[in-house]
Write a protein that binds this ligand. Sequence first.
Ligand SMILES: Nc1ncnc2c1ncn2[C@@H]1O[C@H](COP(=O)(O)OP(=O)(O)O)[C@@H](O)[C@H]1O
Ligand SMILES: Nc1nc2c(ncn2[C@H]2C[C@H](O)[C@@H](COP(=O)(O)O)O2)c(=O)[nH]1
Length: 226
Amino acid sequence: MNTISKTARIVRKRPFRVSIEGNIGSGKSTCIKFFNKFHNVEHHTEPLHEWRDVSGHNLLSLMYSDQKKWIFTFQHYVHLSRLKIQTSHPCNSNITVKMFERSVQNSRYCFVENARRQNFLEDPEYQTLLAWYDYTEKCLDTSLDLIVYLKTSPQVVWERVMRRGRAEESEVPLEYLQQVHDSYESWLNSEVGCEVLTIDADRPIDLVKEDLDRYTYKILGGNHTN
Ligand SMILES: Nc1ncnc2c1ncn2[C@@H]1O[C@H](COP(=O)(O)OP(=O)(O)O)[C@@H](O)[C@H]1O
Ligand SMILES: Nc1nc2c(ncn2[C@H]2C[C@H](O)[C@@H](COP(=O)(O)O)O2)c(=O)[nH]1
């Protein structure tokens, strides 16, 4: 093997990374399913099945049963599952876009911040989580190319969540969705390091899908192929 081929490394450009963001029940999974038809897109909805069975423990249920007691554990596990999704290499080389539901940035700047504000996290726990985020951000490429923000009103998503009827979310109060909404607004109105495409997701699903269609080229980073 000649020197060049021995030392040559195929440095494959990473896929275009787009995170679908929004409050609980805003339509993120529905949005990701809309892009199923594009074979160059690798998509990941949130791994609720993982969170519901961590060696037999339903961390999502525990978290909602007592955020003060379990949010530290839950956020650790969420960070692990988001890192695996966000930084793993695509399964095959024709993938040019990686689309996922929420991001490590969301957990860090939205849910963890809210948990601290609500005193669900004591400062030692908060600082421990921040140390993990800071370390993994330094060591891994978690950068995003685009955030699609499905912007909703807390009342609208609360009604959807109650209608959807997930057992773990049955007692989620409107107030909590207001907190998550405020955390999203605070995060996405700051400098997030990539473009944010905001879509009014209070509207009926057909109108939201019209926007997803209209902005497909941007959402798929100009790479989309059927
Ligand atoms: N624009 C919309 N109008 C009405 N219902 C919607 C809309 N988007 C999603 N839904 C419904 O609301 C619930 C939450 O949608 P989902 O995609 O699971 O949201 P998320 O993944 O953000 O929690 C589902 O029952 C879904 O069918
Ligand atoms: N406290 C946190 N809860 C989180 C986080 N990521 C997701 N979740 C919850 C919210 C929902 O109950 C469920 C799935 O989210 P959907 O918006 O898809 O319904 O998981 C987090 O980082 N912290």
